[in-house]
Write a protein of this length. Structure first.
Length: 569
């Protein structure tokens, strides 16, 4: 079993125990183990000395034994018994935004409902109101949540599926008959959610590639197997389609299967204007193939420069390419630092020193420690006294660092009236203030818009974090007039965040481009809660590319001196 599969088992255990009303400390122990398992750099299945697991944070003797049992037998007796519990089916309720363990059990204990369909029908008929703590508004939210869950049921978050797709590619590369290989489809375009994985291979021996593909360790079942296309269902629940083409067809196939459909239609149309036929096998003039070995040839044949996959949505990239005015997209190598990370001073897992060390290892020159304030309700949220202590500690840490700086920051909560959770006097002492909405998401559009505008107009605020508050597949954006927010940032020389946390990617691609067009700069930050989360910058960059952002549109491409000057600190 992979670490991710182990984590899924323990997360399911934690959810069932939580619904059952088990001791909160026991539930937290399992959740802590999930975090540890998800962030390990070594696969536990390769560890021979299981005694070493007890030294890992969040994994004690009891969970250590359960990990051993899972790795040795593929099953866990405790887990199998737990799944027989009458409360086990209620875990599905937890996927619905706003439905927690207590609500799930309350509904079941009083109405006997243990599946989403019956829950939806009960909410439609008004059967939930009257239960303690539940009213008409709760029913409305549950119905919206059920619709949202179904909307995303067949799609996977980019950050979940991307590393798993790369592992399939890495396994296929071991076959010496593979000449070229690439991801394709919406995954190559780095869309925020993915339905399935497309892999393209060029080879003179397609049968060998197909045989390798269906025998990969990630395969749960084989859907179809052929000489040019083979489809599997992975153990992680997503479908992957492998297409095998001849070497001289690879570029044309790469372009065709990357898409999008709308972009491809435009390219074919340009080809027709030149009396060319463009398809997955090549570019043809009559019966003669004139291009197709690589994508550059395909674009050149229709009079265009190469267009990056992230731009291929027919959102104006064709016209810009014709004018030779495509954006010079921001790249990971352009990023000088991360402006929103957490430490163990609030809800992070690592110390400030550990976060700094890992960031420096990634080639950054600075990070901003932005722990939560108390209003969010997170254990360890910073009040004035603790923030002063943290500022002093960061100053001491910086004295021992070379070619790297830790910036003192905060993720301060924007209260429902637009005021900040800490006084301006203390916030003025920080290098950076990131302000965010974490509560009262049900405000009207006018209320929410004015709430955020008031924060933007506060001189101490620099960046608005995750500006729409969405959680992909879990929570829709709150109602806010983003055009007014962008205009207000422009008027006050403030910045918006592209939060690279996989469930957020907020701002999304469309809104990043809107901000760019209005001259508002973006901070691409990970919202990292441990050192491994710093890797999420990759997904922030991919979203930024889809939003047409260039290095000059992103404030953390600046040197430290340039950044401080921009922040006027």
């Amino acid at each position: 079993m992979t670490n991710q599969e182990l984590a899924q088992v323990f997360n399911h255990i934690a959810e069932i125990l939580d619904i059952q009303g088990e001791n909160p400390f026991k539930v937290r122990a399992y959740k802590k183990a999930v975090q540890t398992l998800e962030n390990l750099t070594v696969q536990l299945s390769t560890v021979e000395d299981f005694d070493k697991l007890g030294k890992l944070p969040g994994i004690g003797d009891a969970i250590n034994k359960k990990i051993r049992e899972l790795l040795e037998t593929g099953n866990l007796k405790y887990y199998e018994e737990l799944k027989k519990s009458e409360y086990a089916p209620l875990v599905e309720f937890l996927k619905i935004p706003g439905v927690g363990p207590k609500h799930a059990r309350l509904i079941y204990d009083n109405l006997g409902i243990n599946n989403v369909t019956d829950l939806e029908n009960a909410a439609k008929k008004g059967k939930l109101r009257g239960l303690f703590g539940l009213g008409e508004k709760t029913e409305e939210n549950i119905l919206k949540g059920v619709t949202q869950v179904r909307k995303y049921k067949e799609r996977f978050p980019l950050a979940f599926i991307y590393p798993k797709a790369l592992s399939l590619v890495d396994e296929l590369k071991k076959n010496k008959e593979v000449e070229k290989i690439t991801l394709a489809g919406s995954l190559r375009r780095m869309k925020e959610t993915i339905a399935d994985v497309d892999i393209l291979v060029s080879s003179k021996n397609p049968e060998s590639i197909s045989d390798t593909f269906v025998k990969l360790p990630q395969v749960e079942s084989v859907i179809a197997k052929g000489k040019t296309k083979t489809s599997i269902l992975t153990r992680d629940g997503f479908q992957s389609d492998l297409r095998i083409v001849k070497p001289d067809e690879f570029g044309a196939a790469q372009h065709y299967f990357t898409g999008s459909k709308a972009h491809n239609i435009r390219i074919r149309s340009l080809g027709l204007q030149k009396k060319l036929k463009v398809n997955e096998y090549g570019v043809f003039k009559g019966k003669k193939r004139i291009a197709g070995k690589n994508e550059q040839e395909v674009f050149k044949s229709v009079g265009l420069p190469y267009i990056a996959p992230e731009l291929r949505e027919d959102w104006g990239e064709i016209e810009m390419a014709q004018k030779k005015n495509l954006p010079h997209l921001v790249e990971l190598k352009d990023i000088k630092g991360d402006l929103h990370v957490h430490s163990d001073w609030s809800d992070g897992n690592n110390s400030i020193q550990e976060m700094a060390k890992e960031a420096k290892k990634r080639g950054y020159r600075y990070i901003a420690i932005c722990d939560h304030t108390t209003a969010v309700g997170i254990t360890g949220g910073l009040d004035e006294k603790r923030l002063v202590k943290q500022i002093d500690l960061i100053e001491k840490i910086n004295k021992n660092l070379k070619n790297f700086t830790v910036l003192s920051g905060i993720e301060v909560d924007i209260k429902s009236n637009g005021k900040l959770d800490l006084p301006d006097e203390i916030l003025k002492e920080l290098d950076l203030v990131v302000a965010a909405v974490h509560t009262k998401f049900s405000q009207t559009e006018e209320e929410m818009t004015q709430r955020i505008i008031k924060a933007i107009e506060n001189p101490v605020v620099d960046i608005i974090a995750h500006p729409t508050g969405r959680l992909i597949g879990k929570r829709e954006p709150y109602h806010v007039d983003l055009d007014k927010i962008i205009d207000c940032c422009k008027a006050n020389n403030k910045f918006l965040e592209l939060n690279a946390y996989p469930e957020r990617l907020d701002l999304n691609d469309i809104n990043c481009r809107k901000a760019k067009e209005k001259g508002v700069k973006i901070a691409i930050s990970t919202d990292a809660h441990n050192t491994r989360h710093l890797l999420w910058m990759t997904f922030g960059i991919s979203t930024a590319k889809r939003g047409w952002l260039e290095p000059e549109d992103v404030i953390n491409t600046l040197t430290l001196n340039q950044l401080k000057k921009l922040l006027k600190r």
